[in-house]
Design a protein around this ligand. Structure first.
Ligand SMILES: [Zn+2]
Length: 97
């Protein structure tokens, strides 16, 4: 085996691990962006009021798609963590100071 200097090996492992984490995060974000809109979800699961299709819970958690204040909201089940649907929240206008 080639005699590789340790700092270069450490750097390589660090970048490979970072690349892997970014890829994993990107894949998760793509999965969230592909979720159905709320109306499509209700229609697909024949529901009038939204409920988790996996466990039936009506407790949800909501996060922004790319950051906390993103108007594209991702809704998942608070009990079983299943990703459910997305919706767009109209943001209140910021006061123009
Ligand atoms: Zn659930």
């Amino acid at each position: 085996m080639a005699d590789f200097p340790l700092p270069i090996l450490v750097l390589f492992v660090f970048f490979a691990f970072s690349w892997f984490l970014l890829r994993l995060h990107r894949k998760f974000q793509d999965k969230q962006a592909a979720l159905p809109q709320r109306e499509e979800y209700l229609r697909a699961h024949r529901q009038r009021e939204a409920a988790c299709h996996a466990c039936g819970s009506k407790a949800f958690t909501e996060i922004g798609l790319s950051h906390g204040r993103d108007e594209r909201r991702i809704v998942s089940c608070a009990d079983c963590k299943e990703l459910l649907f997305q919706f767009r929240r109209e943001m209140a206008e910021e006061p123009a100071f």
